[in-house]
Design a protein around this ligand. Structure first.
Ligand SMILES: [Mg+2]
Length: 359
């Protein structure tokens, strides 16, 4: 029986500030939830605060969990995973971060009760998931050279902070990284459709050999994104335009993107994430799994999804790599550009770290 649902508001410092067209941050602020059963197991999940993208705050996420979802789960059978996740999904409107946090924790708990890693519960066995690494919007050649020296073969360059200098920055990154590194760019909604066509054509015409362009226009402007996609040669990846299943249906219907970036904090967890990957696959839309700036709990869940279900693109799961120290004990690690899942029950997370600031 599920006996307790707890929340931990934590803040963890980054070793390098993270800058996009939408925000600048030096810390990860996130809500870790913990679902306990009567047998001593502790399932962990995470809902990161991303005010500028999802609107989620730790306080709002905590309110959902403490006031509605937690009381709904206490007393239920933790092995009724599908029914429990449905109860979470239908408990409140919106609040995907809260839904993701509990959906992940329920999966972690169910896997622990079976004594198997989360990836096995999801139907896979791999424990190593390659990831890209992001270059912030204020970084360029030096950071590119440093990340390539760290072993990363896929760089994601944040653009859009200044459309006038985007092409020059990406050119500098290509020169520093060399010809063999894969480079993808993410505009984080920064461009109008006309600006997007201009910059993307310039990037293409320079022969910079880019893999894709992520979220060139505002999230709501699916017609604008389809218009851009019709006029450029680089593949378009939808990120902020696709939170849940209904959003992906609309992107497919309008032909707005070639690829989709699935994130648990947008779609509400592993249950919805699996559906998104399957829906995309059925419609010939390429897939990537990414994350917000979050801890080894959320990144471990996302990496487990990739290890079990597979994606067409290299994952975007470097978030926990940016942490100066982890807010939890156990969980994933990084071996150069590879996320390493622990060969342990569930997510392998055993608790909140002693030196973690609970805020
Ligand atoms: Mg993105």
């Amino acid at each position: 029986m599920i006996t307790q649902v707890l929340t931990h508001r934590v803040e963890a410092p980054l070793h390098t500030p993270f800058v996009t067209a939408l925000r600048r941050t030096g810390t990860v602020r996130t809500l870790i939830v913990e679902v306990r059963d009567g047998d001593g197991h502790r399932g962990f999940g995470e809902g990161p605060q991303v005010l500028q993208v999802t609107g989620a705050s730790v306080e709002g996420t905590e309110a959902c969990v403490a006031q509605v979802m937690g009381p709904l789960l206490v007393g239920r059978d933790p092995d009724e995973l599908t029914a429990n996740c449905r109860a979470v999904r239908t408990a409140v409107a919106g609040n995907e971060a809260a839904k993701a946090a509990l959906d992940i924790a329920l999966h972690d708990l169910a896997a622990q009760r079976l004594g198997i890693p989360l990836v096995r519960l999801l139907g896979g066995t791999a424990l190593r998931v390659p990831t890209d690494v992001t270059l912030s919007a204020d970084e360029a050649a030096d950071a590119a050279a440093a990340r390539v020296a760290d072993g990363f073969g896929v760089l994601k360059v944040k653009v859009g902070a200044d459309p006038a200098t985007d092409v020059a920055r990406v050119r500098a990154v290509r020169q520093a990284a060399g010809p063999d590194v894969t480079i993808r760019v993410d505009a984080n909604q920064a461009w109008t459709p006309r600006q997007a066509v201009g910059v993307i054509r310039a990037l293409h015409d320079e022969g910079l050999n880019l893999e894709l362009v992520e979220q060139p226009v505002p999230a709501w402007d699916l017609d604008g994104m389809a218009w851009v996609r019709d006029r450029v040669d680089l593949p378009i990846l939808a990120d902020e335009s696709v939170f849940g299943v209904r959003d992906l249906v609309e992107v497919i219907r309008r032909g707005a993107a070639d690829l989709v970036n699935v994130k648990l904090a947008k779609c509400g967890g592993l249950s919805a994430g699996r559906v998104l990957l399957r829906l995309a696959e059925e419609h010939g839309v390429g897939t990537m799994v990414g994350s917000m700036m979050e801890s080894p709990v959320g990144v471990g869940a996302a990496a487990s999804l990739v290890a079990a279900c597979g994606t067409t693109l290299t994952s975007d799961l470097d978030a926990a790599w940016w942490l100066a120290r982890s807010p939890v004990e156990g969980g994933i690690g990084y071996d150069g550009p590879v996320v390493v899942l622990p060969d342990a029950p569930g997510l392998g997370v055993t608790g909140i770290a002693d030196n973690t600031v609970e805020v």
